[in-house]
Design a protein around this ligand. Sequence first.
Ligand code: NAI
Length: 286
Amino acid sequence: MLYVSTVPYEARHVLYSLLGTRMPRQGGYAVDASDSGFEGRVVLITGAATGIGRAAALAFAQRGAHVAVLDINEDAGSLTAQKIQQAGGKAEFFKCDVSRSEDVQKSIREVVRRFGRLDIAFNNAGIEGATSATAERIESEWDKVLNTNLKGVWLCMKYELEQMLKGGGGVIVNNSSIAGLVGFEQASAYVASKHGIIGLTKTAALEYAKFNIRVNAVCPGVIHTPMVDRFTQGSETAIKQLEAGTPIGRLGQPEEIAAAALWLSSPQASFVTGHALVADGGWIAH
Ligand code: NAI
């Protein structure tokens, strides 16, 4: 199958007019149910060393995508890439601190040099930060959470968009949270950063729709990852409380958020942009 998005954007207008059809504007490719849409696609995932990011890296790779694994954690990030390679897939690890402009710019440039282009980005890296009431929060701690979770997503988008514009289109999925939709006591920095991601997502969706780039967010509920293990400190009681607070009666698995990110990135979501998709076992329906 010819991937139309590999043809330069201007040339595609000509191609579609020769075919007598209108060029699909969102996401770069026509909907084809027999095709996952990921074979040979270049997918960049931040925070792909563990948790949701690793699950997404494995899921994209299983569908034939070439995966750039970005993370601050070198050992675990390299392991994600190795797992993909051992299963016969294509992946490489790139050490990157998403809160640092030079790191992001250099990593994305390197991804494009190694893989040839950039089709899809899942901006997933994030930290939970310490718990404290708003007035008691330490300024440096606020900065760390906002710099990683919000500035990090913006920096990634800045350089990803630059590449996607050159390539004639693409798809971006940002990882927000149910904390991007409602408040949580003792988590002002995290909540502010996750609300910010949704605003950023909507704004970029408006700005880049005409350039064949879709931008969406995913809002996970409580997902059993190392982040939740740190938060609950291995306490069975704390896990049970979180389960009891989730209408579906259990915590989510990283693969369930990977599935949401995959769908938003897929040709099946070609008319979806500026959306914040909730995957939370019913939590937000309370
Ligand atoms: P995790 O802690 O397993 O994964 C986060 C990854 O991000 C780690 O591999 C970590 O090394 C990386 N990372 C942290 N700071 C970084 C930086 N400055 N630069 C590059 N990489 C960095 O946690 P999890 O749960 O997989 O979290 C992934 C995303 O999902 C986060 O943005 C988190 O806020 C979001 N999320 C998680 C929920 C949960 O219940 N686990 C719920 C809602 C959202």
